[in-house]
Design a protein around this ligand. Structure first.
Ligand code: SAH
Length: 259
């Protein structure tokens, strides 16, 4: 018996086990023992995680998939969490301990998964898995690229992001409409944001909401002084700034507000 795919849960089950193996091997397993897989489905990736030197947990929203896992992976049963990842407080289980996140993720909530990871970054040294290719590419892209945006800057402020490989639709059941991409995030150690985090997020989001405009125009809501607005950086567009420049921009805006 297998699980009937449910579209609203973003269910595309991986058929090609060699890809599951490659994803499982993308984690370094260094500096943590807990691994949390989001959306295990019928366990194609879980099976390979269970062979590794780590403590594997899975979080799955679909009760039919949970029943399947309970029946087929007896050793895993105590570490199956039947919850919505986006709503679940991870510290009910992990109590502040570090964990890596992995998965062939539900693509309909990819961005929210990344944002939740960023919020919990102090606890998440590594994150690896599959998204729709466009999202994986965006997260890993550099300034100047067409797909560089909010997700790229905010993720790369805290993590080194690597695009690993592309996966075609025909290795899934049912096949998704788009290509998929596997990526890995490795947290930058000994890094702390030198500016206010809320302001940084707001600057990046506001700038990219009007990505064709110069920062002088898109960042008007920050009530910048004339002298700051004259700074050359404000003549640029958001896709021209790397992460460090966005941090410096935030510092300039903060100092301007204090004057
Ligand atoms: N890893 C499996 C399944 C991938 S499909 C495989 O590769 O075959 C995505 C999975 O995420 C589905 O099993 C779906 O039920 C689950 N899912 C969807 N939304 C979720 C959420 N909010 N929290 C946890 N799991 C979710």
């Amino acid at each position: 018996m297998s699980v009937r795919a449910k579209k609203h849960l973003g269910q595309h089950f991986l058929k090609d086990e060699s890809i599951a193996i490659k994803i499982a091997e993308s984690l370094s397993l260094k500096g943590y023992k807990n691994v949390l897989e989001i959306g295990p489905g019928m366990g194609v990736l879980t099976k390979y995680l269970l062979e590794k030197e780590c403590k594997t947990y899975v979080i799955e929203i679909d009760s039919e998939a949970v029943e399947y896992l309970q029946a087929n992976y007896l050793n895993l049963a105590p570490r199956i969490i039947e919850k919505d990842f986006l709503k679940y407080d991870l510290n009910e289980i992990f109590k502040g301990e570090p964990l890596a996140i992995i998965g062939n993720f539900p693509y309909n909530i990819s961005t929210q998964i990344v944002f939740k990871t960023l919020e919990l970054r102090d606890q998440i040294p590594e994150f690896s898995g599959m998204f729709q290719k466009e999202v994986a590419k965006r997260i890993c892209s550099s300034e100047g690229s067409k797909v560089y945006g909010i997700l790229s800057v905010l993720t790369q402020a805290f993590y080194n992001a690597e695009y690993l490989f592309t996966v075609p639709p025909d290795v899934f059941d049912p096949p998704p409409k788009v290509d998929s991409g596997v990526m890995r995030l490795t947290r930058k150690e000994n890094f702390s944001l030198p500016c206010n985090e809320k302001t940084f997020f707001k600057v990046v989001k506001t700038a990219f909401q009007q990505r064709r405009k110069t920062l002088r125009n898109s960042l008007k809501i920050f009530n910048l002084s004339d002298s700051l607005r004259a700074n050359v950086i404000f003549g640029k567009r958001p896709e021209q700034l790397n992460v460090e420049e966005f941090i410096n921009l935030t510092l300039l805006i903060e100092n301007d507000a204090n004057e």
